[in-house]
Design a protein around this ligand. Structure first.
Ligand code: GH3
Ligand code: MG
Ligand code: MG
Length: 222
C-alpha cells in the first residue's frame, strides 16, 4: 500500500505511514499475546493458559449440567527416545504429536502442553464413553506417526535401547506410543482439579497396565 502511495505521490505515502505504524503495533501486540498463551515448542496452549480456559469451561459445564471430559496424555518411554535419537529428534516428536492433536480434535476442544512430554485435553460436550472413543483414536493415530530422524542426531547409531526400540533398526524411522488417562464430569468429580486428579490416576493405571492404552476412571473411583 505504501509502495503504491509512494509511486502515486510522496504526500500520500506520508498519509499512509500512521496506518503502517498502527498495523505494526497491533501485529506486535498479537505476537506478544501469543507468546504468553502458547507453548513455543509445540504451538499448543501453555499450561497456565490451558488451566485458566479449562477452569472456565468446566465451571460452565457443571453449571449447565452438560457433559465434559479431561484427558492427560503422556509419551511412553520418552527418555529412551532422547537417549537413542537425541533431544532434537525428541523435540520433533513433540511437535508431530501436537500437530496430530490439533488436526484430530474439534475446534471447541482445548489442547495444551502440561509438562515436558505431557499433553492435556479438554473435551466439552463429551461423556466418558465418547471420550474413550476419541482418545483411543488419538492414541492409535499417534502410534502410526513416523518422525524422520537425520543420522547426525542419533546418539548410538543403532536405534536399539534395550527396553523397547523406537526405531526399526535401519537408521531412520522413529515411532512413539502414548498412554492416556481420562475422567469425565459427574457426581464425584465436579471441578477441574478433581477431574485432573482422576485423569492423572487413570494415566498411572494405563502406564501400569503396559502403556499404549487409554484408561477411563470409573465414576465411583477417587
Ligand atoms: P513413561 O513411559 O513412564 O512416561 O517413561 P518416560 O521415559 O516417558 O518418562 P520420564 O518422566 O522418565 O521421562 C520423561 C522424559 O521427557 C525425560 C525428559 O528428558 C524428556 N523431556 C521433557 N521435556 C522435553 C522436551 O522439551 N524435549 C525433549 N526432547 N525431551 C523432553
Ligand atoms: Mg511424564
Ligand atoms: Mg512419559
Amino acid at each position: 500500500m505504501v509502495a503504491h502511495a509512494v509511486t502515486a505521490s510522496p504526500f500520500l505515502a506520508l498519509g499512509a505511514l500512521p496506518l503502517v505504524a498502527l498495523l505494526h503495533r497491533s501485529f506486535r501486540h498479537a505476537q506478544l499475546v501469543d507468546a504468553f498463551r502458547i507453548d513455543a515448542k509445540t504451538g499448543l496452549l501453555n499450561a497456565g493458559t490451558w488451566l485458566r480456559e479449562a477452569r472456565l469451561e468446566t465451571a460452565r459445564a457443571a453449571r449447565t449440567r452438560t457433559p465434559l471430559a479431561v484427558a492427560i496424555a503422556d509419551i511412553d518411554h520418552f527418555k529412551n527416545v532422547n537417549d537413542t535419537f537425541g533431544h532434537l529428534a525428541g523435540d520433533a516428536v513433540l511437535a508431530a504429536i501436537a500437530s496430530a492433536l490439533n488436526a484430530l480434535l474439534r475446534d471447541g476442544d482445548l489442547t495444551g502442553r502440561f509438562g515436558g512430554e505431557e499433553f492435556c485435553i479438554l473435551l466439552p460436550g463429551t461423556d466418558a464413553a465418547e471420550a474413550r472413543q476419541i482418545t483411543d483414536r488419538l492414541r492409535e493415530k499417534i502410534s502410526r506417526i513416523v518422525t524422520p530422524v537425520s543420522d547426525g542426531t542419533r546418539n548410538d547409531g543403532t536405534g536399539s535401547d534395550g527396553t523397547g526400540s523406537h526405531g526399526t533398526g535401519d537408521g531412520s524411522p522413529l515411532r512413539v506410543t502414548i498412554s492416556i488417562g481420562v475422567a469425565a464430569l459427574g457426581s464425584t468429580r465436579r471441578d477441574l482439579d478433581e477431574l485432573l486428579a482422576a485423569a492423572d490416576h487413570a494415566l498411572y493405571q494405563a502406564k501400569g497396565a503396559g502403556r499404549n492404552q487409554v484408561c477411563v476412571l470409573a465414576a465411583s473411583h477417587g
